[in-house]
Design a protein around this ligand. Structure first.
Ligand code: DQA
Length: 145
């Protein structure tokens, strides 16, 4: 099994009750369970984590080097603001996928900008919780597993 880090940023701990018309009713715990189950199909061992703190997310990305083969990152609003997260991803040189539940390009203008995408192998957005599984499939293909 190859290990991947699925990292979630601010406010994603509130999934299920947070703006369900935008983000759906699936909780982050539900998504973690879906990812772990999908790991069996994709030969990926999943480490699933969430933080509301930019520095903690950066620490998790640094710690991924030498531990995980890739990173799937839903950085939440930090996607649109954080040069520090972009630099962290670039620094660890692990294949990373930017992920969003919502279609950020169909939303407010400020969500159309992503610092994270500049250092990722690809972006998946707009498919709700299913996007996490699509990102795992994409990571598996990228890693040629
Ligand atoms: C999000 C999209 C971001 O714009 C927003 O700030 C989030 C969630 C998504 O998963 O759709 O917190 O990353």
């Amino acid at each position: 099994m190859v290990s991947v880090l699925i990292l979630n940023g601010p406010n994603l701990n509130l999934l299920g009750s947070r703006q369900p018309e935008v983000y759906g009713k699936t909780t982050l715990a539900d998504i973690e369970g879906m990812c772990r189950a999908h790991g069996q199909n994709t030969d990926l061992e999943v480490t699933f984590s969430q933080s509301n703190h930019e520095g903690a997310l950066i620490d998790a990305i640094h710690a991924a080097r030498g531990t995980h083969a890739g990173i799937i990152l839903n950085a939440g609003a930090y996607t649109h603001t954080s040069i520090a997260l972009m630099d962290a991803i670039a620094s660890v040189e692990l294949p990373s996928i930017e992920l969003h539940l919502s279609n950020v390009h169909a939303r407010e203008e400020f969500r159309h900008t992503s610092y994270i995408a500049k250092v990722c192998i690809g972006v998946i957005c707009g498919f709700g919780a299913q996007g996490y599984l699509l990102a795992m499939d994409a990571m598996k293909a990228h890693l040629k597993l």
